[in-house]
Design a protein around this ligand. Structure first.
Ligand SMILES: NC(=O)c1ccc[n+]([C@@H]2O[C@H](COP(=O)([O-])OP(=O)(O)OC[C@H]3O[C@@H](n4cnc5c(N)ncnc54)[C@H](O)[C@@H]3O)[C@@H](O)[C@H]2O)c1
Length: 293
């Protein structure tokens, strides 16, 4: 199926890892030109090298999405190199440390809110003027199943993702008239570096709750993101409703009951040394790689 992506310019935040990285592969296969943004310069350089080796036109920018000026520089870079921005995929995010709200402190929440919620707002704000001027654009935000039915131990993470769903809906209504659609994808638990704390034992128990009998893979999610391009880019039809907007939240056959069971399993295994060691490692990787772009 032709997604009409050949030559399109696609910015992917969090593009060095996990879902963002897999999405870069999918868009590149469709002929898009990419600008990857991430906090981890080394992982970013590897991703760019791999994509270029596969024949892609790829640029990158070390960006901390918490910093609005850096997000503006990212968009300016894409425009400077490729003269336009057709698609923004907001995949940069963190999972944080699961904990009961009563055990958490406000100082634990800052990065979750600043990256998962403010970071998405920053990138959307930085890109919309350009898309409005083009009268065309696609914004695709990585929300989460957790943003639709929050649960114990992930209250703050879920709140950030609920915020992403809400901002997606609001932006879609505001921007539809300019030929810009805004969508969110809501994955369930997906194996990526973010979920590297999941032990084999934990995965076996968790996977039983999934209709497919396994956790999600990036290859399940990335095609959903590319599929958000199916509405051809361009000006809205002359007879389009004034508030034309496309908001589509993709479920992975998961509901509130599932989430409740999932967080019980999380709690059961949470205190295992192995799971904590893996999570500490993945959090440290992120912290140590903060860059000043
Ligand atoms: N993996 C899951 O189970 C799952 C489920 C639902 C939603 N999501 C969401 O999908 C998105 C991608 O997650 P993933 O699983 O691919 O994780 P990941 O850790 O593999 O990738 C996230 C990327 O974001 C980057 N990043 C983190 N903070 C950043 C910052 N301040 N500025 C710029 N980049 C930053 C990281 O360096 C990393 O490369 C996230 O928004 C996440 O919340 C993931």
């Amino acid at each position: 199926m032709d997604l009409q992506l050949a030559g399109r310019v696609v910015i992917i935040t969090g593009g060095a890892s996990g879902i963002g990285r897999a999405t870069a592969d999918d868009f590149q296969r469709e002929g898009a030109r990419l600008v990857l943004a991430d906090l981890q310069p080394a992982a970013l350089a590897t991703a760019v090298a791999e994509l270029r080796a596969a024949g892609g036109e790829v640029e990158s920018e070390a960006v901390d999405v918490r910093d609005y000026a850096a997000c503006e520089r990212l968009v300016a870079r894409a425009v400077d190199v490729f003269r336009r921005v057709d698609v923004l995929v907001n995949s940069a995010g963190i999972g944080g440390v699961p904990a009961l709200f009563t055990e958490s402190k406000p100082s634990d929440w800052g990065d979750l809110i600043a990256i998962n919620l403010l970071g998405v707002l920053h990138c959307c704000r930085a890109v919309v003027d350009r898309m409005i001027a083009q009268r065309s654009g696609r914004i695709i935000n990585l929300a989460s199943e957790a943003g639709k039915g929050n649960e114990k131990r992930i209250v703050v993470y879920g709140a950030t993702k609920g915020g992403v769903i809400s901002l997606t809906r609001g932006l879609a209504v505001e921007l539809g008239r300019y030929g810009i659609t805004v969508n969110a994808v809501c994955p369930g638990v997906t194996r990526t570096p973010m979920t590297s704390y999941i032990t084999d034992e934990m995965e076996r128990e968790w996977a039983r709750m999934y209709p497919l009998g396994r956790l999600g893979r990036v290859d399940d999610i990335a095609p959903l993101i590319a599929a958000k391009m199916l509405t051809p880019l361009g000006k809205p039809a002359a007879n389009a409703p004034k508030h034309f907007a496309a908001v589509e939240i993709v479920d992975r056959a998961v509901n509130a009951e599932w989430l409740s069971r999932a967080t019980r399993i999380l709690a059961k295994y949470w205190l295992t040394k192995n799971a904590r060691r893996r999570l500490a490692h993945s959090l440290n990787c992120s912290k140590n790689s903060v860059s000043t772009s």
